[in-house]
Write a protein that binds this ligand. Structure first.
Ligand code: IMP
Ligand code: MG
Length: 182
């Protein structure tokens, strides 16, 4: 699909996924989730801060009654994962008996999701699944898989549509590869 041309940030080497492709895929994911959870009341758990743009669009593609809650973890500084995941902010609501859907911007080493899935599984949810916008399967250090994945991408550092580098570029309406040295 050819995208309408958009201004590209000077720090971005190339646009990997344009706004229209993002919107189309997020709508498809929303439709799939709505079919799978029909008759239920899923709780979407946004992992701060990278998932907020994706979550905002995904929510509006799910016509079911659903709830939203947030978690925050830290493991990244710059482009490098520290490899150590810490929970910075926990859910406000109890997870017991709920249909939980973890919403993540990107799966890289898998450490973040592995850590969160472990914590949440122990709280007795009715179900627990993952929806990730992006997946870098070649970077996995621990085995985790997501039931819903937007796009599989190569091992490149990407920004935009919620994803940052040192808190910058989250507002870009596309996913782009950051120039090296930025
Ligand atoms: P993991 O724990 O290594 O799977 O990393 C997951 C988290 O790392 C994501 O939620 C992102 O916040 C961050 N991350 C991983 N790869 C990228 C990237 O290419 N750009 C921006 N953030 C990334
Ligand atoms: Mg994140």
């Amino acid at each position: 699909m050819t995208e309408t041309s958009i201004p590209v940030h000077p720090d971005v080497e190339k646009v990997l996924i344009g706004p229209e492709a993002l919107q189309k895929r997020v709508r498809e994911l929303g439709a799939e989730i709505s079919r799978d959870y029909a008759g239920r009341h899923p709780t979407l758990l946004g992992i701060l801060k990278g998932s907020v743009v994706f979550l905002g669009d995904l929510l509006r593609s799910i016509p079911l009654d659903c709830s939203v809650d947030f978690l925050s973890v830290s493991s990244y500084s710059g482009r490098q994962s520290t490899g150590e995941v810490r929970l910075l902010l926990d859910l406000r609501e109890s997870a017991a008996g709920k249909d939980l859907l973890l919403v993540e911007d990107i799966m890289d080493s898998g450490l973040t999701l592995h850590y969160l899935l472990d914590i949440l599984r122990n709280r007795g949810p009715r179900s627990l699944e993952v929806c990730a916008l992006l997946d870098k399967p070649d970077c996995r250090k621990v085995a985790v898989s997501a039931r819903y994945v937007g796009f599989r991408i190569p091992d490149e550092f990407v920004v935009g549509y919620g994803l940052d580098h040192n808190e910058k570029y989250r507002n870009l309406p596309y996913v782009g590869v950051l120039k090296s040295g930025k």
